[in-house]
Design a protein around this ligand. Structure first.
Ligand code: TXA
Ligand code: MG
Length: 332
């Protein structure tokens, strides 16, 4: 059931977390499916509800920097600078885990993903949990495994059903999941691009950001698994194809009146796209607005029953890295 995020409902949701139940949680990035991070049995329910393999670690959401030492054994200097600069906000840091804490959430890793969300409803819920002993909240995106992340309360309900208590925090401002930086390898490693770009990360900590294949200098174990980094992910039912604007126009022309069940997401409306078989959505000029719209557009086109979605691939620049990453996975 979807509940307006007033004080009474936030208190009710905090109590539900305390009691080992799941809650649909609005954040500034996407909606999460939340459980008490230190309650392994509650966290296990997340994996079941999502249909997600239980060895895929979940992000733990905390109210503030004060909770970091409860979950992380150590915070390197560069990570400290990152959380000082970007928290609360859409940045997740992978840190060495305090042993014995949030074991189920970590999915067997000796590291832990921590994020302090800025959404006022997420903040209020995390604060309300503290006096009840809910010190952090594990929350992957509130979608079935491998599907498009939800950016409204209604999306969450359509993914996970109406038994789930969902706090309505409105439309998510960022629209794609947080940037993830692995801080366990002695240098910042970008695991998942997002709204906070690698250029901003480098400026904030004064260190070069490495790619996912950077060596494991510190822990020497296998690279942490990140389900958001699986090649095929964020997929709508329709088949997604990434194309240039010229390609879209040429292929539309070739199809002519036979274009059918086709969705388009491009900057300009191409000629030949006004037939009944084509649904066009405008792709915003700014990367921020495109990220905000992306998952909603994929969901909306799916709901209209299109079988293919042709997307104009945005430029290969740092600010578009997050959107391009999600599009490439949706198309894989
Ligand atoms: O924006 C977000 O980060 C959203 C909202 C709800 O906060 N959450 C989210 O969670 O995207 P999820 O579980 O869908 O993605 C979390 C990613 C996964 O790819 C997971 O494997 C990775 O973070 N992750 C979490 N803990 C990790 C760890 N200890 N080591 C490596 N990767 C980790
Ligand atoms: Mg996800």
């Amino acid at each position: 059931m979807i509940l307006s995020a007033n004080e009474a409902h936030i208190a009710q949701a905090a109590q539900a977390l305390r009691d080992g139940q799941l809650v649909g949680l609005p954040t500034e990035t996407v909606y999460g499916l939340a459980a008490n991070a230190t309650d392994d049995a509650a966290v296990a329910k997340i994996f079941v509800a999502k249909g997600r393999p239980s060895d895929h670690p979940l992000i733990v959401h905390v109210a503030s920097q004060d909770q970091v030492p409860l979950f992380a054994a150590q915070v390197p200097d560069f990570a400290q600078k990152l959380l000082q600069t970007f928290w609360p906000g859409p940045l997740t840091l992978i840190l060495p885990r305090q042993s014995g804490v949030a074991t189920a959430s970590a999915g067997g890793q000796d590291s832990i993903g921590l994020r302090c969300p800025s959404h006022p409803v997420a903040q209020a819920l995390l604060q309300a949990g503290l006096p009840l002993g809910v010190l952090g909240v594990s929350a992957p995106s509130a979608n079935r495994f491998g599907r498009v992340s939800p950016t409204t309360a209604a999306h969450v309900q359509s993914e996970l059903g109406s038994d789930l208590l969902i706090l309505d925090g409105g439309d998510c401002e960022v629209g794609i999941e947080s940037t993830i930086i692995d801080c366990t390898r002695g240098e910042p490693v970008l695991l998942r691009p997002g709204h906070i770009t690698r250029v901003q990360i480098e400026a904030a900590c004064g260190r070069a950001v490495r790619g996912k294949d950077a060596p494991q200098e510190v822990s020497g174990q296998a690279a942490p698994r990140a389900s958001g980094t699986l090649e095929s992910h964020y997929a709508p039912r329709a088949k997604v194809r990434l194309m240039t604007a010229q390609d879209i126009t040429a292929k539309l022309q070739a199809l002519g009146p036979h274009a059918n069940n086709l969705g388009l997401w491009s900057k300009e409306r191409p000629s030949g796209s006004d037939g009944a078989g084509v649904v066009w959505r405008a792709q915003p000029q700014s990367a921020e607005q495109a990220a905000h719209d992306l998952f909603g557009v994929l969901r909306d086109l799916d709901a209209r029953g299109v079988t293919q979605i042709w997307v104009q691939l945005p430029p290969d620049t740092p600010e578009w890295e997050g959107v391009r990453d999600r599009l490439q996975r949706a198309a894989a």
